[in-house]
Design a protein around this ligand. Structure first.
Ligand code: AVJ
Length: 322
């Protein structure tokens, strides 16, 4: 086994700088917003892992069961020598893909990418132990602006699983898909996992669980602002909200101030006023219709080769070629 390498395109200082810009923009706009990528410090990544095990949170286990069922088919259509996984996190589902791709084809290299160095290090180490024949090159970066840092040489498949594409607003999504298309050579592939539009009675509890883990995950963004920007948010004074926006077909998570508050953010030289009842958007998680997904992929320059869905039509895996 060769030890995994880790390339860091996003230092801790870069992260703080990006958070400052996002927080300044989001906290001074009306209504206030914060981008979802700031949930994922070490504690946030752990809380998300806990979410994936909740009875209400169906996406992870649905995607995994679907992947288990169709991974052989994917491996037959795939031509990848290099598997690049965006937002790899703990890379839990990747093992399925790696074993199918390496037994069926020419896979030589695995490139997991994530913003969380801690999650990535663990994943890269584990994969190297389990797949001794595979070269593992981890990349710590932001998936939306570091596609150009991905290694070249060897036919690539970019996997973007878990439904994280849904965290992008439609304009960002179009830009992201076009960006992926732009870095791929003709014939290279994208494997996309996306949550489908389903009954809100199933959808909403997935984002508002009875044990309150998603609420903690949501409030964690305030802990991140406190520790990185020396803000003095009282996270417990914010209430977790998850609602289904039927017009946009997305879940929206918000934090609602339960009292009037003045929050100091010394590292931005601002104070931020919250009125009791004021809501701040912290995440959208868009759900899709299969035809909508293929249309968006087509617009970005992809050909959809295959689309698989689970028996309850809750989740889709799409293989598209450049
Ligand atoms: C990790 C982005 C796929 O949108 O379902 C889980 C994040 N947010 N519960 C999602 C999340 C609230 C999750 N993704």
């Amino acid at each position: 086994m060769t030890a995994p390498t880790l390339e860091i395109h996003l230092t801790d200082a870069d992260l703080t700088e990006a958070l400052r810009a996002d927080a300044r923009r989001g906290l001074t706009s009306d209504p206030k917003t914060l981008p979802p990528k700031w949930f994922y410090d070490a504690r946030g990544s752990e809380l998300f892992e806990e979410i994936t095990r909740l009875p209400e949170y169906y996406p992870t286990r649905t995607e995994r069961a679907l992947l288990e069922r169709v991974v052989g088919e994917i491996a037959r259509i795939a031509r990848a020598e290099v598997l690049v996984e965006l937002g790899a996190g703990s890379a839990a589902k990747t093992r399925l893909l790696l074993s199918a791709l390496s037994s069926a084809g020419p896979l030589k290299t695995y490139v997991p990418q994530d913003v969380s160095e801690s999650a990535l290090r663990g994943a890269a180490d584990q994969v190297s132990v389990e797949f001794p024949g595979l070269a593992v090159h981890g990349v710590v970066s932001d998936f939306t602006d570091t596609l150009h840092n991905l290694p070249r040489g060897g036919r690539r498949m970019i996997a973007f699983l878990g439904g994280t594409i849904g965290n992008l607003i439609p304009a960002e999504r179009a830009e992201f898909l076009a960006g992926v298309a732009a870095v791929l050579e003709p014939g290279e592939q994208l494997l996309l996992g996306a949550g489908l539009v389903i009954d809100p009675a199933v959808l909403v509890p997935a984002y508002d669980d009875a044990a309150g883990i998603t609420a903690e995950f949501n409030r964690n963004v305030l802990h991140v602002l406190n520790s990185r920007l020396r803000a003095d948010f009282d996270p417990d004074a914010f209430r977790h909200i998850a609602l289904w926006d039927a017009e946009h077909e997305w879940i929206e998570m918000r934090l609602e101030a339960t009292r009037d508050m003045t929050v100091a953010v010394p590292d931005l030289d601002i104070t931020v006023e919250f009125a009791r009842g004021e809501q701040m958007r912290t995440e959208i998680s868009a759900k899709f219709r299969p035809q909508g997904l293929t249309a968006e992929l087509d617009a970005a320059g992809f050909d959809t080769e295959h689309i698989w869905t689970d028996p309850d039509d809750r989740f889709a895996l799409i293989l598209a070629a450049r």
